[in-house]
Ligand binder design. Sequence first.
Ligand code: SAM
Length: 278
Amino acid sequence: MEGVWFQELQTKNLSIGCSVKEVLLKQQTDFQKLQVLDTDIWGRMLVLDGAIQTTIEDEFVYHEMITHVALNTHPNPKRTLIIGGGDGGAIREMIKHDTVEKATLVEIDKAVIEAAKKYLPEISVAIAGNNPRVEVLVEDGIKHIKEKENYYDIVIVDSTDPVGPAVGLFAKDFYAAIHRALKDDGIFVAQTESPFYNKDLIRRVFKDISSLFPITKLFTANVPTYPGGLWSFTMGSKVYDPEKLDMSKLRKLDTKYYTPEVHKASFVLPKFVGDLLK
Ligand code: SAM
């Protein structure tokens, strides 16, 4: 191996690496170690505490799937929330839905927002300008959600892995607070890590969300820079079933990964993943 390489220890026995053209930013924020690297294979990349968060080359998969599956399941999402997601990719996708009147982003670490604005303009486009439909709040998502009741149509949890300030974003009382913050027909989606390497977390989160929401479903997408590639998302819905939609009536969106067919197919689980939920 020549030159400078970045290596992420994805589990204690597994690492992923790539060659680095340039280190654009390296700082210790109040919450985490933040890096922006320009890589040969994935372009610019945001790294927090050594873990890849998003890259220019593959970000569309995760950001489209964490938002559009939920938003297209809801017939009229107006007030929507993202907890985490300070890079801005998920909120960029959210406002592609014309029904959305106000999309709020609650990120705990201002430095992530600032770094994304400066180094990842393609991803942060919606939070960089003065878009009147977008609200950006720098605060703890757990505190924010506890202060709301019967308020949001959609809540998306776009968190870091369950360490540091994100631990509480995987807790049952947090999901209960989200259930309260949602309207009577609200929908919630969280990124729930790798079906290969986070089996216990997926099982536990699915059980917790099922105890609160009558419709709970797991769906997946392929994100090359995340551990194992196959990534899971868990949805809790009060009324609408994401698999019982008239796919021909879904809002048409300008996307690179998400389509009505992908929406439907994302709920078809490999056997070992489905078995986690039994
Ligand atoms: N897509 C990414 C992934 O799965 O690797 C996550 C992207 S986004 C950068 C995650 C964000 O969640 C981070 O910027 C982090 O600061 C934020 N975060 C962590 N805990 C939080 C909390 N309690 N409230 C709000 N934001 C939080």
